[in-house]
Design a binder for this molecule. Structure first.
Ligand code: UDP
Ligand code: MG
Length: 319
């Protein structure tokens, strides 16, 4: 069986187009399948559009989340319930062409791999800002996280049941699947495609969200920022030692007129470095705090798979 997991947030315009194209592809594969759409607490008509789509398409399952948890955790909400032997994750906006799914399946079976990445070979449909930030992101990830990230592979990919089970066992909150999955090290293959422009609606990845993704990517895979602060601290310590030596020499020579400017500059500089280090430390302390809280990763308020009379148990990360 094949599962397709699609997180969506305020995608009312694109959903009818998606259903049309995806259903044509999946019906043609002649395999049993399920489609799980995660409605990431949309505030537009997404919920009602999905309800309508479901009446004509029983394979469509809708999970609506109570709060907007973002793309990665919405994916988690889908992976947690997908039952397929293969699970494809894709965006709702048709930038990931559904027509590629049969190729990905074939590649997984013929090459006996657990992960098939869909690599975007042509991103000319994306904005210049998006392409530039993506280029910097992938370069940075290779350096900082030392994970062999498949370049230009976003969250359009096929996973085998084995990989999905491993991902489900991960308790961490700040998850970035495009790093986690290569890091797991399962055998993988790549299928290439041209990145289409968004079929309708506007991007849900604002500059702020991209910043959050980048910060999560670095801090969940690398302590390089911590090490950097240590290096800066060391450098500053050496500088202040040199300064101290200069002060002693000045005293010995008898030029003890207080160097007000150098003192002030030195103090300010040290203060700034200390604050910087505190900030980096605080980032990690904050993450420890969040992990210790062990809040449910998301709450499900509606799930069409079961007639829920009692409220569903929120998922808790295993201890
Ligand atoms: N998305 C989501 N929750 C969010 C933001 C985005 O589920 O809080 C979904 C969105 O509906 C889409 C996918 O994540 O299916 C990728 O978002 P988008 O296409 O806006 O990002 P871009 O392609 O511009 O990077
Ligand atoms: Mg998109």
């Amino acid at each position: 069986m094949l599962s397709v997991v699609i997180p969506c947030h305020n995608e009312q315009d694109v959903l009818p187009l998606l259903v049309l194209r995806l259903r044509a592809v999946l019906d043609a594969t002649d395999e049993p399948y399920e489609v799980i759409v995660i409605d990431d607490a949309s505030s537009d008509a997404t919920a009602s559009v999905l309800t309508e789509c479901r009446t004509a398409w029983p394979e469509l399952r809708v999970r609506r989340l109570g709060t907007n948890v973002g793309h990665q955790l919405a994916l988690t909400a889908g992976l947690d319930v997908a039952v397929g032997d293969f699970v494809v994750t894709m965006d709702a906006d048709l930038q990931d062409p559904p027509e590629l799914i049969p190729d990905m399946l074939r590649s997984a079976r013929e090459e006996c791999v657990d992960v098939v990445y869909a690599r975007r070979v042509d991103r000319s449909s994306d904005s210049v800002l998006k392409r530039q930030t993506a280029a910097v992101y992938y370069r940075l990830m290779r350096r900082a996280a030392s994970v062999e990230v498949t370049e230009q592979a976003g969250d359009f990919r096929l996973l085998s049941r084995r990989v999905v089970e491993v991902l489900r066992a991960l308790p961490e909150r700040h998850r970035v699947y495009r790093l986690l999955i290569p890091w797991l090290g399962f055998p993988s293959a790549v299928v290439e495609h041209r990145r289409d422009p968004r079929a309708a609606g506007t991007t849900k990845y604002t500059v702020r969200r991209m910043g959050v993704l980048a910060a999560n990517s670095v801090t969940s895979f690398s302590t390089a920022p911590l090490r950097l602060s240590t290096a800066v601290g060391l450098g500053t310590a050496i500088c202040s030692l040199l300064m101290a030596a200069a002060v002693v020499v000045a005293y010995a020579v008898g030029r003890t007129v207080p160097g007000w400017a150098s003192l002030a500059v030195g103090m300010l500089f040290l203060g700034a470095v200390q604050l910087l280090c505190l900030g980096v430390l605080g980032e990690y302390v904050g993450r420890i705090f969040q992990e210790v809280q062990r809040r449910p990763l998301y709450t499900v308020t509606q799930d069409t798979a079961a007639d829920v009379s009692t409220p569903p148990e929120p998922r808790r990360a295993p201890r």
